[in-house]
Design a protein around this ligand. Sequence first.
Ligand SMILES: CC(C)(COP(=O)(O)OP(=O)(O)OC[C@H]1O[C@@H](n2cnc3c(N)ncnc32)[C@H](O)[C@@H]1OP(=O)(O)O)[C@@H](O)C(=O)NCCC(=O)NCCS
Length: 223
Amino acid sequence: MTRQALILIGAGGHGKVVAEAAAATGRYRVAAFADDKYEQEKVEGGILRVPVADVQRLLGRLDDVQLILAVGNNVVRRRLEARLGLSADWYATVVHPSAVISKSATIGRGTVVLAGAILNADAVVGRHAIVNTKAVVEHDCAVGDYTHVSPAAALAGGVTLEAGAQVGIGACVLPGLTVGAWSTLGAGATAIRDVPAGCTAVGVPASHIRYRNAHQDHLLQVE
Ligand SMILES: CC(C)(COP(=O)(O)OP(=O)(O)OC[C@H]1O[C@@H](n2cnc3c(N)ncnc32)[C@H](O)[C@@H]1OP(=O)(O)O)[C@@H](O)C(=O)NCCC(=O)NCCS
């Protein structure tokens, strides 16, 4: 089987993990990493490395290619998507073969589901989301665009993660709760009530310690 070429935008730690997950599917070959840390095109470890500004040109050179925004930061993924200005069908969906995905779950374009993660019945995951290593997304959860369910985090049944929300490593959200847009539930926290939009919540049970400021709001303006 011919493997589809994949360009990963982001050559950091998360990019490496996505590259390995993509290769493990047997469906993709990582053709290039694009990252602003590269000043010019080069080949390293047998893989092309280009500045993000060169991605459009690269798309013209490669046949049958798709992309993943392989950066862990939710705001940065959203900004990269706006910067590249590509339609949704340019983006792949990568699911590590060891992930367990219910037949009734749906996963959007640009999203990665990493090793050992579980998506249970009727879970819906949006675009450019990360369901990280060993994360659990229980039945009927609605996980929005640009979200990140960190390693070993668990969303109980019917949880809503609004766009851009992050649930930190090992954190839990009790059934039916909402974690608001661009909020962060800290590592190891347990949310026992809704987390408002733009809020950082930590601890067990989680308490709200901070709200998004004007500078962070500005970073979200991509249109
Ligand atoms: C919650 C979090 C976002 C806060 O980061 P921050 O904005 O830099 O905040 P600070 O480190 O200044 O901490 C603010 C306060 O919260 C406390 N705190 C921070 N994270 C905490 C956590 N996970 N649990 C309990 N308390 C925490 C700090 O001790 C500090 O308390 P203090 O004001 O009494 O000193 C961060 O600590 C966190 O947990 N991020 C999740 C990271 C993660 O899971 N990444 C996954 C990568 S794959």
